[in-house]
Design a protein around this ligand. Structure first.
Ligand code: MCN
Length: 794
């Protein structure tokens, strides 16, 4: 909590303080405005009739009964959409060599490829009428065999999901030096191998996806409110690839967005269909996903099947790693479906360790399932999981302590910037310091003693240590472009003084719960020395904010925050010139502290930046050649990712009778460089740990062999409740990023990345007496009970 009100404190102290989140009052009192709260006169409601089969040819779609239903205004099919000649394509945003990119239409024609494929759009005067009529659309199918598993999909035993990819392979990606890895394995004293499943998980934002589209047939302007993590990207994709409208005729507004976790990055068919229906009918059209519809259509995460091997020398130094992964992509390529299991995954496989040789192959497979894309931790979670599981399996097989083996292989603090053998340069780090701190906090040595005592009593305590490193804030644009990205990694912000001295920040990122309105104001308060309360932050409206890339990949603090700081500094420099003019001093003789410019050695000759702003807008007395006004736009394109890191330790007890896991303690030491707001960072860590533990112990998006999603409701998909989690013990070390203007690194995904391997390690450690070295997630009581019954007690 903030100890004093922010405005009473010197502005320079605001950055780094536990300022209370400004956004919480409307969010917690129910007065925030979400897409579903926006009301327009004459709104119609859209329901999308989805497929009854995971894989089938469409023989006939009869809409007559639906059209006759009371209240129905129109029913459209995929053929109706195609006839209007729009581009009709949901694109992928990252190309890879040899990538197969079948057309992903906004409504299906000819064939359905998963249960979420839309077949007809039913627009009615009420939501109920639209849903009732959607059920009346009569669809005749010619069913085909479905495939849900990424390894089976490319085996040749199943029909093609797309004609363009007969073998169901969308891409076959490799990174690293194969020959060097072979040499490492040939010279190794020990080699270990593990087969891993990183199961499909389903994002669970509190607010399901929604859109309200309003097309004006006279001006041909389209305004769309939607649950978006990146309104400008949605504007660009609606314009260029799905609807074919001029970009400057579209306004995308993301009001409050109730969580995203990646799922609201993407341009989905549903929002495009909503807008297209509004264009056909000239009326506002609203679509609101139900929770089950979201489970079927929001991009899922993970879905990796991996064989990973590690080669070590006699002292336990890692010599090399070989990784082969089949990544399920689902039925269609979503925007980052190609980047997530390739560049975001393979480039982080070195983890925190100095590993001289790594080779990774990833086969991206089409399956008859919901498209898979980035989910919190995306790619980096999967990569860290692989190297951390290998560390644990190697430690068990070598008979050494898992923390010791990790320590032996850490990249040393004096080796930064550190170039890995998988094509990235870690900007800064002190891995051992964070690891020592986490082990101290948890009391690692004492815990090991207690573990031994409890084992004698037939109780199974497990201690899991996970080190992780993450790439946060995708950049730089030039390199991303060379690797296949179709958009850059920059961010853009405007910092604007008003005449009365208040400041508005227009940011191209888009909050879904991360607290940008607080932390961005903290940045500006420090840079400009103005009270926190005089700074307003605006996000999420493409008509107010000219350009932006959005919020994902933990980029808002390092990239968005960087652009805000640089824009504020541009403003400060213009203000300095004007202040020097007013004070009749040289700019070089001016000091700037807490918002006041003063002449060195003559503190009574001073002027506050808010007064300077007033003068800038009066325009009566400006230096020669200076234009009126005080604002700046800054596009910031970082020279590298930032690489946050940390060590998490999970302590569990597994009930020998039931297989139930009790998480007893959870210690997280995170390093995200300089911290703008420690309370917000802790909140991010808490949420991330909860999600990471959820993946390890409870969550799985499960299909049956016919491609039917078995987990279609919240009571079928186990999201952890607060009562299932311990109090989290969090702390931080601070290793600033050397290239970021604020020294910050991202934190939004870190804890998700650390928590999953730490929890799995803890459970496997608890079951070590039963000969267990690895079990696949989710670690359900049944799975553990069976492993204990089948295992040999040592
Ligand atoms: N921050 C800070 N100091 C730092 C780093 C970050 O004070 N050194 C603050 C930032 O200013 C911001 C928050 O922490 O208020 C998260 O910043 P950042 O790590 O830049 O992440 P983003 O804001 O870009 O958020 C994206 C990230 C991702 S990728 C997912 S997924 C995720 C997450 O954030 N989804 C979330 N956290 C979430 N939190 C909520 N409540 N809801 C989601 O959907």
């Amino acid at each position: 909590m903030s100890e004093s009100t922010a405005e009473e404190r010197a502005a320079s102290e605001v950055f780094g303080s536990r300022v209370a989140r400004r956004e919480d009052v409307p969010l917690l009192t129910g007065t925030g405005e979400y897409t579903d709260d926006v009301r327009l006169a004459g709104e119609l409601h859209l329901a999308i009739r989805r497929s009854d089969h995971a894989h089938a040819r469409l023989v006939n779609v009869d809409t007559s009964a639906a059209e006759a239903h009371e209240g129905v205004v129109a029913v459209f099919t995929g053929d109706d959409v195609a006839e209007t000649g729009i581009p009709n394509s949901i694109p992928t945003a990252w190309s890879l060599p040899g990538l197969v990119t079948p057309q992903y239409r906004i409504l299906a024609v000819d064939k359905v490829r998963h249960l979420g494929d839309g077949i007809a759009a039913v627009v009615a005067e009420s939501r109920e009428a639209a849903h009732d009529a959607a059920a009346l659309v009569e669809v005749e199918y010619d069913p085909l065999d479905a495939v849900v598993d990424p390894v089976a999909a490319v085996s040749g035993d199943y029909p093609s999901v797309h004609e363009e990819a007969e073998d169901n392979v969308a891409f076959d990606f490799t990174l690293g030096d194969d020959a060097l890895v072979d040499e490492a394995f040939a010279s190794a004293s020990h080699t270990v191998s593990v087969d891993l499943r990183q199961q499909r998980v389903i994002p669970n934002a509190m607010e399901p996806r929604a859109a309200l589209a309003d097309f004006d047939p006279h001006t041909e302007d389209l305004r769309i409110w939607m649950t978006s993590q990146n309104p400008h990207l949605h504007r660009m994709l609606l314009a260029g690839t799905s609807l074919g409208l001029p970009e400057n005729k579209i306004q995308v507004i993301a009001p409050e967005v109730g969580g995203g976790f990646g799922s609201k990055i993407y341009h989905y068919p549903d929002e495009a269909v909503t807008a297209w229906c509004s264009m056909q009918l000239g009326s506002p059209v609203r679509w609101q996903a139900t929770r089950s519809e979201g489970y079927l259509t929001d991009c899922h995460g993970r879905d990796h099947t991996t064989t990973a091997e590690m080669a070590l020398d006699a002292e336990g130094s890692v010599l090399g790693m070989r990784v082969e992964t089949h990544a399920g992509l689902g039925a269609h390529l979503s925007q980052f479906a190609t980047a997530t299991p390739s560049y975001l995954y393979a480039t982080i496989l070195s983890g925190q360790y100095a590993i001289p040789a790594i080779h990774c192959r990833v086969v991206g497979a089409f399956t008859n399932t919901t498209p898979v894309d980035a989910y919190r931790g995306a790619g980096r979670a999967e990569g860290n999981y692989v190297v951390e599981r290998l560390m644990d399996v190697a430690a068990a097989e070598l008979g050494v302590d898992a923390a010791d083996l990790r320590r032996r292989n850490l990249v040393p603090a004096d080796a930064f910037p550190y170039e890995t053998c998988v094509a990235v340069v870690y900007d800064s780090g002190d891995y051992e310091r964070a690891m020592d701190h986490a082990l101290d906090l948890v009391g690692y040595d004492d815990l090991r003693e207690r573990q031994a005592e409890l084992r004698d009593e037939g109780r199974y305590l497990g201690i899991g240590v996970a080190n992780f490193v993450e790439s946060a804030g995708l950049s730089p644009s030039k390199a991303a472009g060379q690797l296949g990205a179709v958009a850059g990694g920059w961010e853009s912000s405007i910092v604007r003084f008003d005449m009365s001295g208040t400041v508005t920040v227009l940011a191209g990122t888009a909050d879904q719960g991360q607290g940008h309105r607080t932390t961005y104001a903290q940045i500006v308060a420090r840079e400009l020395g103005v009270p926190l309360d005089s700074v307003e932050v605006v996000e999420g409206d493409t008509d107010q904010i000219p350009q932006g890339m959005g919020t994902y990949g933990s980029r808002s603090a390092p990239v968005g925050g960087g652009s805000i700081a640089l824009a504020a500094r541009d403003v400060r420099e213009k203000a300095r010139t004007l202040a020097a003019h007013k004070l009749e001093a040289s700019e070089d003789d001016l000091e700037f502290e807490n918002g006041t410019f003063s002449v060195t050695g003559a503190p009574d000759r001073s002027i506050h930046i808010q007064e300077v702003a007033h003068e800038a807008y009066l325009g009566f007395d400006l230096p020669e050649g200076m234009d009126p006004g005080l604002e700046a736009t800054h596009f910031y394109d970082p020279e590298n990712f930032t690489f946050p890191f940390g060590t998490h330790v999970c302590v569990v007890e597994v009930d020998a009778e039931t297989g139930e896991v009790a998480v007893e303690r959870y210690v997280a030491v995170d390093d995200c460089g300089e911290v703008i707001n420690p309370m917000i960072v802790e909140g991010q860590v808490h949420g991330g740990v909860a999600q990471g533990i959820g993946v390890a112990l409870y969550e799985e998006g499960a299909y049956d062999d016919d491609g039917r999603l078995r987990t279609r409701r919240m009571d079928e998909y186990a999201v952890p409740a607060a009562t299932m989690l311990p109090d989290f013990e969090t702390d931080a070390t601070v290793t600033p990023s050397p290239h970021n203007p604020l020294g910050v690194k991202g934190v939004g995904e870190s804890a998700t990345i650390g928590a999953t391997p730490a929890t799995v390690a803890a459970v496997c450690d608890a079951l070590a007496p039963f000969g267990v070295t690895h079990l696949d997630m989710p670690l359900t009581p049944e799975k553990l009970w069976t492993a204990m019954r089948e295992g040999e007690v040592s």
